[in-house]
Design a protein around this ligand. Structure first.
Ligand code: CAO
Length: 423
């Protein structure tokens, strides 16, 4: 017997990427080209295959590790020449038995429509694309029995597995919406092009559908008079250069929101465990900001916004939105928020109906500020008005509380508070 090492080969632009699956374990025999691990970067996932046959002696990495070219994956025991002939016979016999088992398994699946593997400890064979597909749908691929040769799992197996799960636990009270299939394909009416949905949009869609279908949303619309805040914001200059400081209204809104969250703690809560009647109250103020990117919408957090100045928040807004647009942000930054702000103010429009960023319980939509004639101090005056659209989970927050929250927010964005905030 001799020991050989299998290392991460040259994987192009992949560097310091996460191991998302380890497909072999100690003592397992592997053949050349058998997949050993799957690694995933922001953009794609790749399986690293065995470079020769042998028996895995020691796996050196685990799920969650980050690897680059040259890192040791595992050591493999290779038989000496005299052991080879004996072992080859054994492998041949084992393979015949495995193939028989596999055939039996496949037959069994077809007969019983039981698509769940009893023992999911054994690693499944599937392409990275199929693994990614399963992962995005929240399915453990090791629970699926593949229908292809040697149990290889294909996309249809994942779909069948999911539908078998759904069919297994039918909720008698729930009417499953029937997928509407158009009687005439679009191509009947002119030229069309079918393209893949971007990955970020696919990931977000699960959360959006969950939020839209499980949370009873209500949206309160209101307008904040931000005339003084805007005068102040646009008058800010750099102490040294004397140049105008570019701070967007959003930085003020973050700060004003935090002040309201302190007064209305139920808006700073999460409903991960609402099935058990529990609400998580948060003592931190991490404000989520919806960022429009070419890949789809992302919601990074401005952490501990209560301890940051307006100009600091303004700079951080630029930094995190650039990180999102360049896919340079850590996944963890999308979790653990207090409440989210979605601002269309830089683009246009007034009121809209934002969808709550589950498991949060409220989201503030901000429209474009406009100058309007408002009856103010006994006469009509031109004031700068900011449209606010506050969506909230009606199980946690009542309409009256939401209206009070908006009143407080308006106060915080108004005359007196803006000055205090900016000190
Ligand atoms: N009213 C009027 N003007 C506003 C404004 C408002 N509410 N908010 C921003 N502006 C102005 C800014 O002052 C800036 O003006 P100048 O160029 O003259 O300084 C301009 O609009 C552009 O601002 P911005 O959009 O670059 O910066 P921001 O801080 O307002 O927003 C971010 C940052 C990340 C929220 C934004 O870039 C973005 O992605 N917005 C879209 C979010 C989105 O898609 N939400 C929808 C989710 S639901 O599908």
């Amino acid at each position: 017997m001799s020991d050989k090492e299998i290392k991460v080969p040259n994987i192009g632009e992949f560097k310091d990427v996460e191991v998302i699956e380890v497909l072999v374990s100690n003592g397992q025999s592997v053949s050349k080209n058998d997949p050993l691990i799957t690694i995933e970067s922001d953009k794609s996932s790749v399986e690293i295959p065995a470079s020769f046959d042998g028996k895995v002696k020691s796996v050196k990495i685990k799920v969650g590790d980050r690897v680059s070219e040259g890192d040791l994956i595992l050591t493999v025991e290779q038989p000496g020449e005299e052991e080879k002939s004996v072992e080859q016979k054994t492998i041949k016999e084992t393979k015949t038995v495995t193939n028989q088992n596999q055939e039996e398994k496949i037959v069994k699946v077809t007969q019983t429509q039981n698509l769940t593997k009893k023992d999911n400890s054994e690693a499944s064979s599937a392409s990275p694309k199929v693994r990614k597909f399963a992962r995005e749908l929240g399915v453990n691929i090791n629970e699926i029995v593949g229908s292809e040769r040697q149990g290889r799992i294909v996309e249809d197996d994942v779909k069948n597995f999911i539908s078998s799960r759904i069919n297994k636990t039918p909720d008698k009270t729930e009417v499953q919406p029937k997928k509407i299939v158009s009687e005439f394909p679009h191509s009947d009416f002119g030229e069309i092009k079918v393209k893949d949905m971007p990955r970020v949009k696919k990931l977000a869609s699960t959360y959006l559908v969950n939020s839209w279908t499980t949370i009873p949303h209500v949206t309160n619309h209101d307008e904040a008079d931000i005339t003084e805040m805007e005068d102040f914001r646009t008058s800010l200059t750099d102490m040294y250069t004397g140049e105008r400081k570019k701070i967007t209204p959003l930085a003020f809104i973050v700060k004003a929101l935090v002040a309201s969250l302190k007064k209305f703690p139920s808006f700073n809560s999460s409903i991960d465990d609402i099935e058990n009647g529990k609400i998580t109250m948060k003592n931190y103020f991490h404000v989520g900001i919806a960022v429009d990117t070419p890949h789809g919408l992302m919601v990074p957090k401005i952490r501990n916004a209560d301890n940051k100045s307006i100009s600091y928040i303004s700079n951080e807004l630029k930094t995190v939105s650039d990180q999102c647009r360049n896919l340079k942000i850590d996944k963890k930054e999308f979790f653990g928020g207090s409440m989210t702000i979605t601002s269309l103010g830089g683009i246009g429009g007034s009121f809209f109906t934002p969808i709550i960023n589950y498991p949060e319980v409220a989201i503030l939509g901000v429209g474009k500020a406009q100058k309007k004639q408002i009856f103010f101090n006994g006469k009509f005056e031109t004031r700068t008005m900011l449209p606010l659209s506050l969506s909230y989970d009606h199980r946690i927050i009542d309409g009256a509380e939401a209206a009070r929250f908006n009143n407080d927010l308006k106060e915080n964005l108004g005359k007196n508070f803006a000055y205090k905030l900016a000190v």
